[in-house]
Design a protein around this ligand. Structure first.
Ligand SMILES: Nc1nc2c(ncn2[C@@H]2O[C@H](COP(=O)(O)OP(=O)(O)OP(=O)(O)O)[C@@H](O)[C@H]2O)c(=O)[nH]1
Length: 367
């Protein structure tokens, strides 16, 4: 039986995606604002080259935003922003920025990095940036390196940055753990909301949703589907003679048997009490009758046991195809009428018009 992909996980992923998209836009816009301001300050202080370099970064961020608006590729947008910010910080460390305060901007990097990437990538990029910073600090004579820092500053810079990085790593790891636990919890709740506890099959609510989906598909594309409404015969007797636990065991065993007989695309649900409904997509009424008859035959031939007692179990089934019904309600009603007729004609049979055979499953005719 096919289960839909977890919507808990999907919803969490979509929410996070939208959140990251908002954050990226906000960050890019804020970075542009800062760069305009700091560039202007540098310009009026007479550091025109510094101002132009900062404004060039505005162009890069703008291009990155435009590229995202055009392609919608969020991964590339994230990667682009990280590379641009990394280059900007490298420039600020190498140039010293204004009054050698450039490296201070580096503190923005760790939280941004861990939020935008996973922990492994974030750590790897951060270590690479550390390496760049070490090279710039240790080799002030390198081309494009204009700043020199005191040993005291370097030690404090690395110590505080390392502390901040570890702190961000731990916080992000905690956030991810809590997020994963929440998603798992949401999934468990979602699963419980659509599953019958006793049999592990879909419950009535889930089946209603699946029927509605299948009906829309039928209306859209004309794909037929059928249903088989199945009821365990004289189930009350089993409860009365062998006890409620024995009855429960029969329901579980029957559900397990159904699971082995249906296709991946079929869905079996406990419709209520000792009644089950199987949804058979892309299945004609003849094929559905063949399935129901096979199930009936297997149940009649199977030994249901409870505490060394063999329990007499048979089923009756009413089958109907959407081709014979105008609506879902009508489909369910007709299946119910057919089930009733199967019961009326002596139980352990499939309706409509299936020839009873104890030697093997055979469908006499369809509707
Ligand atoms: N053990 C157990 N019994 C249940 C469960 N749900 C419903 N039942 C029992 O199923 C029985 C259904 O009995 P009836 O509706 O009289 O039907 P039946 O005995 O199967 O007779 P027919 O349907 O006419 O063949 C009742 O005794 C319910 O208590 C369940 O979850 N576990």
């Amino acid at each position: 039986m096919s289960q839909p992909a977890s919507s808990g996980q999907r919803a969490a992923g979509e929410r996070e995606d939208a959140q990251v998209a908002r954050l990226l836009t906000w960050l890019s816009a804020t970075a542009i604002g800062f760069l305009i301001g700091i560039g202007a300050k540098a310009w009026f202080a007479g550091h025109t080259t510094h101002a132009w370099v900062l404004w060039c970064f505005i162009g890069l961020i703008g291009l990155n935003m435009l590229n995202f608006a055009r392609t919608g590729n969020r991964v590339r947008q994230k990667g682009g922003l990280i590379v641009i910010v990394g280059l900007l910080f490298t420039y600020l460390i190498a140039s010293g920025g204004e009054s050698n305060t450039g490296p201070l901007w580096f503190y923005v990097f760790p939280p941004l990095l861990f939020y935008l990437t996973d922990l492994k990538t974030g750590t790897a990029v951060l270590l690479f940036c550390y390496l760049v910073a070490v090279v710039v600090f240790q080799f002030p004579d390198l081309p494009l390196v204009a700043a020199e820092y005191t040993t005291d500053f370097k030690i404090r810079f690395f110590a505080t940055l390392t502390f901040e990085s570890i702190f961000c790593f731990v916080l992000e790891a905690g956030r991810l753990k809590a997020r994963n636990e929440l998603v798992a919890l949401a999934e468990a709740h979602e699963h419980a909301a659509r599953t019958d506890e006793l049999t592990g099959l879909s419950n009535r609510r889930d089946m209603h949703n699946r029927l509605a989906t299948e009906f829309s598909r039928y209306q859209r594309s004309g794909h037929h589907f059928s249903i088989a409404l199945i009821d365990l015969d004289l189930f009350k007797n089993i409860n009365d003679r062998f006890g409620h636990d024995a009855g429960d065991e029969v329901l579980r065993e029957f559900a397990a048997l159904v699971k082995t007989l249906i296709r991946q695309t079929d869905v079996a649900a406990r419709w209520g009490g000792e009644e089950f409904l199987v949804l058979l997509p892309d299945t004609s009424v003849l094929q559905a009758l063949a399935f129901a008859e096979r199930l009936r035959f297997e149940v009649a031939g199977k030994t249901f046991g409870f505490r060394s007692e063999a329990l007499p179990v048979t089923i009756s089934a009413g089958v109907c195809s959407i081709a014979k019904a105008g609506s879902l309600d009508d489909l369910l009603k007709q299946a119910d009428v057919n089930l009733y007729s199967a019961k009326e004609s002596g139980r352990n049979r499939v309706a409509p018009r299936v020839r009873r055979q104890e030697t093997g499953p055979t469908v006499a005719s369809g509707r």
